[in-house]
Design a protein around this ligand. Structure first.
Ligand SMILES: C[S@@+](CC[C@H](N)C(=O)[O-])C[C@H]1O[C@@H](n2cnc3c(N)ncnc32)[C@H](O)[C@@H]1O
Length: 209
């Protein structure tokens, strides 16, 4: 069950669905998703969670490495694309596509060794609820990597088009996010760094054993 209250107006409705569908060729696979999966480094047999998975670009890469991945996505059209993609994917037995939001994840507590999200943090309506969920679902020793491209950095190639885009969504302050995660018992750090050749906001965290 997807809680609509955890979706920004920007992400809801027919226009939002069409906006994503129009970009299917751009987002089918991206260098950023490849880099995120490298950073998360899912291992064979590990249980992974792709939060705000979109059409499953990172999900399929992680499953190809042997991880069992739950792709969580609130958008019905994106889920449909991800499910069709799964059907034609060689790693489909290791992929599950589920409706859900970061703030209310459809998996059991301590069920996830590795969690990641790509260009999704600024879509989450309630960061506090999302991070509490991450602390809940991570297994002891589990890890997470969250990466959003930093379009507000003037060196980002798409700065001109997307600067200020967080204004209609959720501002992402990686240092504040790390502090919030530490209060939830995670070891966490927020950084600004280059990912896949573009400036990005990155949060890494681990759950102590
Ligand atoms: C920019 S897309 C990124 C998709 C995918 N991670 C990728 O890199 O291709 C952001 C995604 O977050 C999803 N989303 C919106 N609100 C969300 C929420 N509260 N929890 C989880 N995902 C959400 C959107 O439906 C959308 O698919």
């Amino acid at each position: 069950m997807v809680h609509e209250s955890y979706r920004h107006e920007h992400d809801k409705g027919l226009m939002a669905e069409l906006r994503w569908l129009r970009k299917i060729r751009t987002f089918w696979q991206t260098d950023l998703n490849r880099a995120i999966v490298d950073l998360a480094d899912p291992q064979p047999g590990e249980r992974g969670l792709d939060v705000g998975a979109g059409m499953g670009a990172a999900t399929v890469l992680a499953a190809r490495r042997g991880a069992h991945v739950v792709a969580v996505e609130p958008g019905g059209t994106m889920r449909l694309v991800a499910r069709v993609r799964r059907l034609f994917n060689r790693s489909r037995q290791r992929i599950t596509v589920e409706p859900g939001v970061a703030e209310d994840l459809p998996v059991a507590g301590r069920s996830t060794e590795v969690l990641w999200a790509g260009n999704a943090m600024h879509h989450w309506v309630d960061h506090g609820a999302a991070f509490a969920e991450f602390a809940r679902v991570l297994a002891p020793g589990g890890r997470l990597v969250l990466v959003d491209e930093d379009y507000d950095d003037p060196t980002h190639p798409d700065h001109g088009e997307f600067a200020g885009h967080e204004a209609e969504l959720t501002p992402v302050d990686v240092e504040a996010i790390a502090v919030a995660m530490v209060t939830l018992g995670l070891d966490a750090a927020g950084t600004h760094e280059m990912v896949a050749g573009v400036p990005a906001k990155v949060v890494r965290a681990t759950k102590p054993d």
